[in-house]
Design a protein around this ligand. Structure first.
Ligand code: FPP
Ligand code: MG
Ligand code: MG
Length: 382
């Protein structure tokens, strides 16, 4: 940066580890069967953003300087953690009457580079996280009838639904083996719960689409349901893998909880932005179909906020935008409303919460990297 500070580049901070990520993942996916090999490794060819492994690696670094604790053996189940640490807040909780500080507005400072090494188990965790994510994409593209991913034809289009589903299962299986080899029962339980959460979130989304009320009226419940679904579908993987990273580093309980909260809030911000980009960015730039949510009958945050002030959207939601012209009309109404703006504001609130979650971490480069990831989440265009 021009003011003489060391510029924060989260990618550079864990570049050494990320360099080996794709190669290691491809190694984990090796199969004696050539065509399974091809389908299973297909989404590793195009350069993904590797957001999740990047966050896991930064979290590993950032928590390595925190106080250590003897592992307490995980009396709490992975599901209890979701409820005990912070029950998913409804909207009124997200916009507290006393506004939280806005760290995004703060300027960056430089810190000494004193972080210790990332453990091999934490590097493996980063790979497992990407494997689970990629498996969910293989299945998601089948469910969504998607034709493109990461700027190339989707696996289901290229190889058919059957092979795409089986390849996803294969990725999950290899992720599970790698997880078992970490020999850490608590971390295994966390990541196994993530897989269940992904399915639960996807089911909530399907069930929501299948709502058969004819002309539903807007209530706050629609947003609460959406946020719960979003946590399960998107934030669970990031939050629980951040928690697992801290656990593998033997961090103390407050640090482990802070890591979880960072991941949870960042994951929610990330998906809110994703749902916004679906309205605002072209397929070419996204590398996957744009405007897909309405086509799939899905009412995401921008529409839910627009619906609050326009009951016309209720009847469109009721019939899942299925009639000729519905998608275009809904899109028009959302773009005319402040729905996108409100979605952005909510994403920013969650990004701020992510940053505040790790405020007690000792200052270091990796912590700055995590803060930068939260800021970049809001600015991203793909
Ligand atoms: C992408 O969402 C999809 C997910 C984040 C999770 C999908 C989960 C499943 C299909 C459950 C079963 C899978 C496994 C491996 C347990 P999106 O469709 O909103 O985003 P997109 O625009 O990237 O397609
Ligand atoms: Mg999809
Ligand atoms: Mg989907």
């Amino acid at each position: 940066a021009s003011d003489g500070n060391i510029s924060v580049d989260p990618l550079r901070m864990v570049a050494k580890e990320l360099k080996f990520l794709t190669g290691n993942i491809r190694q984990l996916l090796g199969s004696g069967h050539p065509s399974l090999d091809t389908v299973a490794k297909y989404y590793t060819q195009a350069e993904g953003k590797h957001v999740r492994p990047l966050i896991v690696l930064l979290m590993s670094r950032a928590t390595s300087l925190s106080p250590k604790a003897a592992r307490y053996g995980g009396q709490q189940s992975a599901t209890d953690i979701d409820n005990a640490i912070s029950p998913l807040s409804i909207l009124s909780d997200v916009n507290p009457s006393t506004p939280s500080t806005n760290p995004i507005a703060h300027t960056q400072t430089s810190y000494p580079v004193g972080d210790s090494e990332i453990l091999p188990s934490q590097r493996r965790l980063a790979e497992i996280t990407e494997l689970i994510h990629t498996a969910s994409l293989l299945h998601d593209d089948v469910i969504d009838h998607s034709v493109s991913r990461r700027g190339a034809p989707s696996a289901n289009l290229e190889f058919g639904n059957k092979m795409a589903v089986l390849a996803g299962d294969f990725l999950l299986s290899r992720a599970s083996v790698a997880l078992a080899r970490l020999r850490d029962a608590e971390v295994t339980e966390l990541l196994a719960t993530v897989i269940a959460n992904l399915v639960e979130g996807e089911f909530m989304q399907l069930k929501n689409t299948a709502r058969d009320e004819k002309n539903p009226v807007w209530t706050e419940d629609a947003i609460t349901y959406y946020l719960q679904k979003t946590y399960l579908k998107s934030a669970s993987l990031i939050s629980k893998s951040c928690r697992a990273a801290a656990l593998l580093g033997s961090a103390d309980v407050p640090t482990v909880d802070a890591a979880y909260l960072y991941g949870k809030n960042l994951g929610l911000a990330f998906q809110l932005v994703d749902d916004m980009l679906d309205y605002t960015i072209s397929e070419k730039e996204l590398g996957k179909p744009a405007g897909a949510d309405l086509e799939l009958g899905l009412a995401t945050a921008p529409l839910l906020f627009a619906w609050k002030h326009n009951q016309e959207l209720g009847s469109l939601v009721g019939r899942k935008f299925s009639q000729e012209g519905d998608v275009a009309r809904a899109r028009e109404l959302v773009l005319q409303s402040d729905g996108l703006e409100q979605t952005r504001a909510l994403a920013e609130e969650y990004a701020n919460r992510a940053i505040n979650s790790i405020s007690s971490f000792p200052d270091c480069e990796a912590k700055e990297g995590l803060i930068d990831m939260a800021i970049k989440t809001l600015k991203r265009r793909k």
